[in-house]
Design a protein around this ligand. Structure first.
Ligand code: PMP
Length: 441
């Protein structure tokens, strides 16, 4: 019932297209948190390019930075040759990293997508360690290329693709609401870390020496699931003690989304590798891997590709990052995130079909459940993707675009642009409330 067609042109699109099936509009104009379709209907965009649009659509700061590149006759495409725009970008990003990390960091420019940068990170740690196994997590999402789909835990389409990289071992993520160990609360993450530590120390576990561990500090596509700070610290300790490079996938969480510039900062840890994309390009395609110089053991050509120097993206990205810092947007995100969370937790009390509300900063999810079925051993009711889809459609009818995530598409995800105001947050929550009321009737 969520499968919409837009007409002739949409019929020509691949069957694999995803978002337009549920969001059946043709977007003609966009500004800030709003998009306008061909009929002039305005929607609040809480999908925001799956978290890409930190400053919303067409923010003047990003647009002016791009215009400057044209005005100055700068190059638009140089492969990965150096330009002043690129140098300014590197400066801005390095000055945004924790000093201790920046001191030892190297940057590799990657293709336009997050997936390409994850591929680079995997090759980097494999080269540096000489090992092949990647430790990844249940529910994690890292992309849809062969390699990144292979190490992603939560995508059912992967079941249809034979021969994805086999050298991956999935570990239990501390998803407290549906704990892989069937135990709620903090016990879930404590058991997860002691299980992982024991597994890595057991020569009979069957796990080959790992090339690296990768996770998101807040699983995004997996359903806006934050890992507890204590668990993130434990993962750092466990990997450090065993010389296993730790890759933090900041593709979605990076650049302020979680109420810190980088999500790993919540735990005060230093990763070995961080992967950035989405917001880093100021709404244009760009991705990078930033890593400890000790890992810089690959040679020229180890990661190549034509589009690794999008000058407009670097200009817009530099301006976006500077704007976020100059305007203390990160603090605002933390504040507004807690406001939205509070509102949604109130709705959870009022509507039993909302089983869990969780997130960090402006990366929040509401998990929709089926209270008419029996709860699991932990007491959580089964996921209800059908009702989540209905809520999404009811939101859409009321002018609010939200996407679904989570293991069965049962989590309604809130990813507004970071420039959203408190009043707009209230509007979003009010529309969502009406939509839930309509959907459960
Ligand atoms: N990692 C994470 C955490 C992501 O959320 C995504 C995209 N949703 C990716 C990697 C892959 O990025 P891309 O779609 O640009 O390849």
């Amino acid at each position: 019932e969520n499968d919409f067609f837009l007409g002739k042109q949409a019929m020509r699109e691949s069957n694999a297209r995803s978002y337009p099936r549920r969001i059946p509009i043709s977007i003609k104009e966009a500004n800030g948190i709003y998009v306008k379709d061909m009929d002039g209907t305005t929607y609040i965009d809480c999908l925001a390019g799956a978290g890409t649009l930190a400053l919303g659509h067409n923010h003047p700061v990003a647009v002016d930075a791009m215009k400057r590149v044209f005005a100055e006759g700068g190059p638009l495409h140089t492969l990965d040759l150096t330009t002043p725009t690129k140098e300014a970008f590197i400066d801005e990003i390095f000055s945004s990293l924790p000093e201790e990390f920046a001191k030892r960091a190297k940057i590799q420019f990657c293709g336009p997508t997050g997936g390409d940068a994850i591929e680079a990170a995997l090759k980097l740690v494999k080269t540096a360690t000489g090992n092949r196994t990647i430790l990844s997590f249940q529910g994690g999402y890292h992309g849809a290329t062969h390699g990144t789909m292979g190490i992603s835990g939560n995508i059912s389409p992967k079941l249809n693709v034979q021969g994805l990289i086999p050298d991956v071992h999935f570990l239990p993520y501390p998803y407290q609401y549906r704990c892989p160990f069937g135990i709620g609360g903090d016990e879930c993450h404590r058991i997860s870390s002691s299980y992982i530590e024991n597994l890595l120390d057991d020569p009979e576990s069957g796990i080959l020496p790992p090339a690296g561990m990768i996770f998101e500090v807040v699983q995004g596509e997996g359903g806006s699931i934050p890992a507890p700070v204590e668990w993130v610290k434990e993962m750092r300790r466990i990997t450090q003690e065993r010389h296993i490079p730790l890759i933090i996938d900041e593709v979605q969480t990076g650049i302020g989304r979680t109420g810190k510039l980088f999500a790993f900062e919540h735990a005060g840890i230093m990763p070995d590798v961080i992967v950035l994309s989405k917001a880093i390009g100021g709404s244009l395609p760009l991705s990078v891997v930033i890593y400890d110089e000790n890992l810089d053991q690959w040679g020229p050509g180890a990661h190549i590709g034509t589009f690794r120097g999008n000058q407009l993206a670097m200009a817009a990205g530099t301006a976006t990052l500077k704007f976020i810092k100059d305007n203390h947007l990160v603090e605002q995100v933390a504040y507004l995130g807690s406001k939205l969370m509070q509102k949604l937790k109130g709705l959870k009390q009022a509507f039993p079909v909302i089983g869990d509300v969780r997130g960090l900063g402006l990366m929040i999810g509401a998990e929709v459940i089926n209270v008419n079925e029996s709860p699991d051993r932990q007491g959580s009711y089964p996921a209800n993707p059908k009702l989540a889809g209905k809520i999404q459609q009811e939101c859409f009818k009321r002018g609010l675009i939200l996407e679904l995530g989570g293991r069965h598409g049962s989590v309604v995800r809130f990813l507004p642009p970071l420039i959203i105001t408190e009043q707009q947050i209230e509007e979003v929550a009010a529309i969502f409330e009406d939509a839930v009321k309509a959907a459960v009737q």
